[in-house]
Design a protein around this ligand. Sequence first.
Ligand code: NAG
Ligand code: NAG
Ligand code: NAG
Length: 502
Amino acid sequence: MAAPRLRVLAAVVALAAAGCGAFEFQEATVEAIQLGFRNGSLTSAALVRFYLGRIARLNPLLRAVIEVNPDALAQAARADAERRASGGRLCAGGLHGVPVLLKDNIATRDRLNTTAGSLALLGSVVPRDAGVVARLRRAGAVILGKANPSEWSNFRAVKEGWSARGGQTMNPYDLSATPCGSSSGPGVAAAANMAAVTLGSETDGSILCPSSFNSVVGIKPTLGLTSRSGVIPITPRQDTVGPMCRTVSDAVHVLDAIVGYDKLDAEATGAASKYIPRGGYTQFLRADGLRGKRIGVCNVFFVGKDKEHLDVYSKHLDTMSQHGAILIGDLDIATNFSDLSDKEMLLMKAEFKLSLNAYLSDLLHSPVRSLSDVIAFNNAHPVEERLKDFGQNDLLDAEKTNGIGARERAAIRRLKEISANGLEKLMKEHQLDAIVALKWAASSVLAVGGYPGIAVPAGYDKEGVPFAISFGGLRGYEPRLIEMAYAFEQATKVRRPPTFKH
Ligand SMILES: *[C@@H]1O[C@H](CO)[C@@H](O)[C@H](O)[C@H]1NC(C)=O
Ligand SMILES: *[C@@H]1O[C@H](CO)[C@@H](O)[C@H](O)[C@H]1NC(C)=O
Ligand SMILES: *[C@@H]1O[C@H](CO)[C@@H](O)[C@H](O)[C@H]1NC(C)=O
């Protein structure tokens, strides 16, 4: 007569798993994690074990993670002990005990490598944690590992989400669709519940695009709001580090933990620290955050050929109006900025060479010490670095540059003029709180101005491939962008977990 008893036992177990005190790991939010720590249903160690299990199971398919931190469980145990000793005070907010996955261009001074996905940088030793990592450690976060970035050898590799060390990152919604780069690993890992939260970085589109393709929320902060020290660079005029998470609220908790002044990125973080609101960013998670907001719909950010997408966007714009937003449609950016991309690329090449060489020379140890060493390394490893498929044109072009000369200074002036006469002027003239854009369509305009943007899941196409809507604004507009993004997310609830469709 064992069978009925077993059935009862099974029912009890099922009941417990259904929420009577048990912690639900799938889609767990930072706030649920904080609550789980407080009510005793969760430990940081259990959370780390869950994500390590997901990584072990899913990473052979998705290749979102390059390395897991061999010290993650020890860090979690320490966080659990600290929390018990503090009598609960330490989980009242923040990322204490929360496992964070970092894009592999963000330096950690520990047993993890920092390589931007390139074999050339394997074995390099960084002098210290990146500024944002130092902040995460002070907050008591657990460093779970490094996510697969796409490599910068060629723009195509970036777009496709490929790196020599990590391989091809896959889109968990549709394995035949691109995950987009270069923060493909963080985007996919967040989407597939392989980490609680992740950090990506953007120079132009690298957070917003993979967030769009993987149905996660990505915040590309105002230039300098988050430190770039210890981040393998492209250009200090555009690089920015930001969260990629399953919800706006999670992304905002991460943003709170990583913003602030850093003496190793003094100029940019010094200039942007005036934007950081007293009391942090979570106060802007308001369900009524769309009320009274003036949102500009610019034609240039809404040129889509796909009626299916445009229908979804037009429904979303209606939803925003219903929630009290004032939509100002049919806007045009008054200045002719058709030369933006050329100027951006010209500058990126010169600045990449300077900043990469500076990064490499600051390493305690490294197999490569300059861009030309990296190029020589790739030539010596053509198969591993897939030179036949991707080449390394962007590196070769960068190597040909010779610092910031008259042409580069003229390009900087031109980009400033495009920003001033373009987005800046438009937003001031119409007193806009934000512009909205299809997917990541505004990324270049936001990139060259150092402006912030937030991508929020907006829908799925016929094949099930996700797409986002993004909100963009002027420098320091994070509070209102967060209000709008959060209210939009709460009103639409578009995100659903991935289906791994073949
Ligand atoms: C503790 O909080 C979590 C949410 O984080 C919830 O799922 C769980 O049921 C709670 N457990 C108890 C014992 O209250
Ligand atoms: C860092 O790279 C070295 C060399 O390939 C490897 O032995 C080591 O396991 C890597 N570290 C981690 C944490 O994966
Ligand atoms: C914008 O400027 C480019 C040259 O930079 C020119 O070729 C193009 O015709 C201009 N477009 C308009 C609409 O004036």
